[in-house]
Unconditional design. Structure first.
Length: 438
């Protein structure tokens, strides 16, 4: 096959031939014919000297590759190719690396003279830069002519995929459980005992306890006792993500949707480790693009991780009213809905829909992105005025959005990359403790 450089040389020679014919310049004509002869000889000579490359002439063995990797985590890949042809050739063997992965160590290609029976192993360490499915490979064998005018290529089997998932300390071996902020102060690790209605036992007061659960009649000024309750009945949670274009705000890899997905992943891991609660996931623009009902079990949480990893913006606008109507139909039991959205309330349409949603026993808690804080601060003096104007405009929009939502009775808070996880876990802790997050 002819390369782009080869086609460029052919086009240049044809142009020179046209000029020679028009001007009747025999010198240019002779030179052009010579160039055509040279090009033809180079292309024909390459295809006669290089054996026909075919995937059947090679065998590929890939080392054990992980199926999942944390965003920002490193993976080590190994792939071995063996040539079984009968004629040697000069060529390059390389692995196709996706744009959202970068090589840190090692090499993903090697150029050499391939003799029959030659075997080469590529070993490299790559870093996953973003959520989603990353395809490593396929391996490719490429031979290029000495002048770069023609090439032969064989695409070999052995492609693999890795699912990039948000990083979280919950998945690191030996990591402590996340602390949930209470309304008093400090962090209280979520245990199997919570705040229900049946008293389980009394114990001495510690600084992270809620003072509303002090057993005053059993306490003395010198020592306070806390009432411990049996854990409340199983509760169901649904993580809902607005996947409209507005959630793509923010730098690459740290957009509002990326930050929300990372926070949701941490909550999913926490629910998996605590009690009998169930958690599900939905993504929504003008319609449901994904829906996983609340559930438990290793298989369920694996599916939850995969859907979180595959969250991506859709071109359609977000419709909060339609979302609440759809969830009212799909959710069969009382559910706490944690919604990450940059959308606004829909005025007169929202009120009846939201009341109908509440009447079915569901509760909605909305987290809206603070777009200004998603972007890093800029120090260029030339852009400072325009940046401040854009920030003021965005902050006004954020205040209007929060005011509109709260006026409609919807608990709404802002989030950014630094506090999204903390605010979501805080809402979850308050729901577990007092049955509501606001």
């Amino acid at each position: 096959m002819i390369t782009q450089r080869g086609w460029g040389a052919v086009a240049a020679a044809l142009g020179a031939l046209v000029v020679a014919v028009v001007t009747l310049n025999y010198l240019i004509l002779i030179v052009t014919i010579a160039v055509f002869a040279f090009l033809t000889a180079d292309v024909v000579g390459f295809h006669y000297s290089v054996p026909r490359l075919d995937a059947s002439q090679f065998s590929v063995e890939r080392g054990v590759a992980p199926k999942r990797a944390a965003v920002g985590g490193d993976i080590t890949m190994q792939v071995t190719v063996t040539y079984h042809g009968t004629r040697g050739f000069w060529g390059e063997f390389y692995e196709v690396i996706p744009a959202r992965c970068t090589i840190l160590h090692g090499q993903a290609s090697e150029t050499r003279w391939w003799t029959p029976g030659a075997s080469v192993t590529l070993e490299y360490t790559a870093r996953v830069l973003d959520r989603g499915e990353h395809h490593l490979g396929p391996p490719v064998m490429l031979a290029v002519g000495p002048m770069g005018l023609s090439y032969a290529q064989a695409i070999l089997p052995g492609e693999t995929s890795i699912l990039g998932i948000p990083a979280s300390a919950l998945r690191r071996p030996g990591a402590p459980a996340h602390a949930l902020q209470t309304r008093v102060h400090g962090g209280a690790v979520l245990k199997h005992r919570g705040y229900g209605t049946e008293v389980h036992s009394l114990r001495p007061y510690v600084g992270t306890d809620d003072v509303r659960h002090v057993a005053w009649r059993r306490s003395t000024p010198e020592e306070l006792f806390i009432r411990e309750y049996e854990q409340e009945a199983r509760q169901e949670y649904l993580l809902v993500f607005d996947v409209s274009p507005s959630m793509a705000a923010g730098p690459a890899g740290a957009t509002a949707l990326d930050v929300a997905a990372s926070a949701g992943w941490v909550l999913g891991g926490l629910v998996e480790r605590s009690g009998d609660d169930r958690v599900g996931l939905a993504s929504y623009a003008d319609r449901l693009t994904a829906f996983l009902p609340p559930g438990r079990g290793r298989r369920h949480f694996t599916a939850l991780e995969e859907r979180l990893a595959m969250l991506a913006p859709a071109p359609e606008p977000f419709d909060l009213v339609r979302l609440l109507d759809d969830l009212s139909v799909r959710l069969r039991t009382h559910t706490h809905v944690f919604l990450f959205s940059a959308g606004t309330a829909e005025g007169d349409r929202l009120g009846p829909t939201y009341r109908r949603f509440l009447s079915r026993g569901h509760r909605l808690y909305l987290f809206t992105p603070d777009v200004v804080r998603l972007y890093p601060a800029r120090s260029a003096a030339a852009d400072l005025g325009a940046t401040r104007w854009a920030q003021r405009l965005e902050l006004e929009r954020l205040r209007e959005r929060l005011s509109s939502l709260r006026a409609g009775g919807i608990p709404a808070v802002r989030f950014d990359a630094r506090n999204a996880t903390r605010k979501l876990l805080g809402a979850y802790g308050r729901v577990r403790g007092w049955g509501r997050a606001g």
